[in-house]
Write a protein that binds this ligand. Structure first.
Ligand code: EPZ
Length: 428
């Protein structure tokens, strides 16, 4: 299995192009099932999860054309054209869904388009058991008959879906996306309350509207959908990845130096900006990006709780923790979204970090410097926190199991290497 080697202590200087958002691209790709016309998506990131989902959609009968794959165009992201002229199958098999939970999003669109969906339960993953009960609640509210059989969800609506009230007891990104797509082809009005408000949901909604859907209230907890008989093809550009941008914003803070995040706006890193300012980090916004400048000596005490948008995102929790390990002072992070998202703590401990965990609360005592060590990636965002720590650590860090990393960070060693980091991929 590939590993990444980082020799830390080098300040960073340069530009990093922020790719299209993984967590917007995935539901946008699934939206192609809602129409028999071509859906053209621009600025698609080069990620394992994207390839994985494309192979599932191909199995369902979607014609996929990918371009802009290599060379300078790679900077601009891939162009993906997906055409679900006919649906060849309404079954999403366990082999694929278990590896990537976002595959479960095909259930709503398949049900809306074909009146049937048979999708494997995703099962848990490293960060939590991650049920899909809210997805099923939404589909049942829209009139589907949902049964469970041999680990598969079977949803049926032979006479089509009907608009309804969907009251979510808690905000769920995926369940909101599933409901939004299914309701777009239901007969009549749907009112979704307590909808999640993440920007990726807004991006999906804007694409659905371009496809002919009638949606109001995007970006708010109350979304109204007037179902249409048919949706058409469209062209849509994926928004910049706020988690990638936040991650790379932390790189010059932990390692020192200055990085310009090309394609990001201050709004892209809105949740992080106040924390960085509290640590005397200099942020400046230009037309084509945001520049972050950090210096070696970092002092401060930070108390952050992860929350649904617009709160601090759980997907940046591990990365912020890596930074706080090197900030003089005592900081605290409380994780409220997932029940097991501190697996990076023992790995950071191997690098000399001083972190104690009590339930969902991690207390971090900043240390003068971290030391490089062999460490193991456990999940997507934990793996990049180890890379950040390696940039600051004295000596050599080897991150094992970086297949986790490749799921969500496009060409990370190229992007950081171009800014002066000593980082190489070691192929077995
Ligand atoms: C999305 O996952 C993201 N993934 C996650 O990013 C992100 O961490 C998460 O939203 C929260 O922001 C994609 O967009 C592909 P949720 P999702 O439904 O939709 C519970 C990454 O690193 N829940 O908002 O699965 C759930 O267990 C990934 O890129 C139910 O109880 O998240 C969790 O505790 C990791 N029942 C909470 O809600 C349900 O039916 C939030 O989950 C659904 C969710």
């Amino acid at each position: 299995m590939d590993r990444i080697r980082i020799r830390g202590g080098k300040p960073l200087e340069g530009e990093i192009r922020i790719s299209g958002a993984k967590n917007a691209a995935l539901p946008l790709m699934v939206a192609c099932l809602l129409t028999d016309e071509p859906l053209k998506l621009l600025n698609i990131p080069h990620l394992a999860d994207i390839t994985q989902l494309a192979s599932l959609l191909a199995q369902l009968g979607v014609e996929i054309n990918m371009s802009g794959e290599t060379g300078h165009e790679a900077e601009a992201g891939r162009v993906l054209t997906l055409t679900a002229r006919q649906i060849a199958s309404t079954t999403a098999p366990y082999e694929i869904v278990r590896k990537m939970r976002a595959s479960f999003l095909v259930s709503g669109p398949l049900l809306a388009r074909c009146g049937r969906a048979e999708v494997s339960l995703p099962g848990g993953c490293a960060i939590g058991d991650r049920p899909v009960d809210l997805h099923l609640k939404a589909l049942e509210a829209l009139g589907a008959r949902v049964t469970l059989n041999d680990g598969y969800v079977i949803a049926e609506a032979p006479y089509g879906l009907k608009g309804a009230r969907i009251d979510f007891p808690m905000a769920s990104v995926g369940a909101t996306e599933n409901a939004l797509m299914a309701a777009s082809l239901a007969q009549g009005e749907t009112l979704i309350s307590n909808a999640a408000c993440e920007p990726e949901i807004g991006d999906l909604g804007r694409c659905l509207i371009a496809m002919g859907a009638r949606i109001e209230g995007l970006g708010t907890p109350t979304i109204r959908v007037s179902g249409q008989d048919k949706l058409r093809g469209a062209t849509h550009r994926v928004l910049p990845d706020r988690i990638e941008a936040g991650t790379y914003a932390l790189a010059p803070v932990i390692a020192g130096g200055r990085i310009k995040l090309m394609g990001a706006q201050m709004s892209t890193i809105a949740s992080l900006a106040p924390i960085l300012r509290a640590l005397d980090v200099d942020l400046s916004e230009e037309e084509d990006g945001v520049t972050v400048s950090g210096n070696g000596d970092k002092r401060g005490e930070v108390d952050v709780t992860t929350e649904p948008y617009p709160g601090f995102p759980t997907d940046l929790q591990a990365q912020l923790m890596a930074l706080l390990c090197t900030v003089q002072g005592t900081s605290q992070i409380t994780e409220t979204i997932f029940e097991n998202r501190f697996m990076h703590v023992p790995e950071l401990g191997r690098m000399g970090a001083r972190i104690s965990v009590n339930g969902q609360v991690a207390t971090i005592e900043g240390v003068k410097s971290l030391t490089g060590a062999p460490v193991m990636a456990t999940d997507l965002r934990a793996s990049v926190s180890l890379v950040l720590a390696g940039l600051a650590a004295e000596g050599e860090t080897i991150v094992h199991r970086i297949y986790h990393l490749d799921r969500g960070f496009e060409r990370i060693e190229e992007k950081l290497g171009k800014c002066g980091a000593d980082i190489v991929r070691l192929k077995d």
